[in-house]
Ligand binder design. Structure first.
Ligand SMILES: [Ca+2]
Ligand SMILES: [Ca+2]
Length: 202
């Protein structure tokens, strides 16, 4: 299903209860304002409901963030965003938003820095993002190194079992998940990926 050219979020779950499932959707060119050009709420998709899932979807060219997971007036946690193609939105691909007022709830708060911990008084329990420290393309092989945790400290054991997805970006309509690291080493991840065959070597 396609959601495009909405004046605000393409898909909205404002004060939704729980269990929103968004699968196989195209969410494109939303949040460019109403007929007068006024823009009050942005993002391709806004998640404001626990236990929600966004997967196998194309989320691009939206004004604002691709997906905003918003904690406002209630906790919002256990949101899974996986195997999507998210690119060319004017702000972040995914914004975890800790909003204490409507303006932030509608527009996001941009990058929330890693602190190495999970804290469910933050949007989606304040899950940290992967930090890429090395990315080198050698022929058809891409070597990537990094960690999850406080950027000034390094990998945190709180994310030891995290999964990390890598995709080629912006080449095809639906990007392909190149590899996924799991297990105890995920807090620091050396990976070598081959473009042909999409194999993960390490
Ligand atoms: Ca944020
Ligand atoms: Ca955190």
């Amino acid at each position: 299903m396609r959601f495009g050219k909405g004046c605000s979020a393409g898909i909205e779950s404002w004060y939704g209860d729980k269990g929103i499932r968004i699968l196989n959707c195209s969410v494109e060119a939303n949040a460019f304002g109403n007929e007068t050009g006024s823009i009050s709420e942005t993002a391709g998709i806004r998640i404001h409901a626990n236990d929600s899932l966004v997967a196998y979807s194309l989320i691009r060219d939206n004004f604002g963030h691709g997906i905003a997971v918003v904690r406002y007036n209630k906790d919002v946690f256990n949101v899974t965003i996986t195997r999507n193609s998210i690119y060319n939105n004017t702000k972040l691909g995914i914004d975890l938003v800790n909003a204490d007022n409507l303006e932030i709830a509608h527009r996001g708060d941009n990058v929330t820095l890693n602190d190495g911990v999970l804290n469910c008084s933050m949007a989606n329990c304040g899950v940290d993002y992967p930090v890429i420290t090395i990315s080198e393309l050698d022929g058809d092989q891409l070597y990537v190194e990094g960690f999850i945790g406080n950027e000034s400290i390094g990998g945190s054991s709180n994310f030891a079992n995290a999964s990390i997805e890598f995709t080629w970006s912006g080449i095809q309509q639906m990007e392909t998940v190149l590899s996924e690291t799991t297990g105890a080493t995920a807090r620091s991840f050396p990976d070598t990926m081959e473009r042909d065959g999409y194999t993960l070597e390490a």
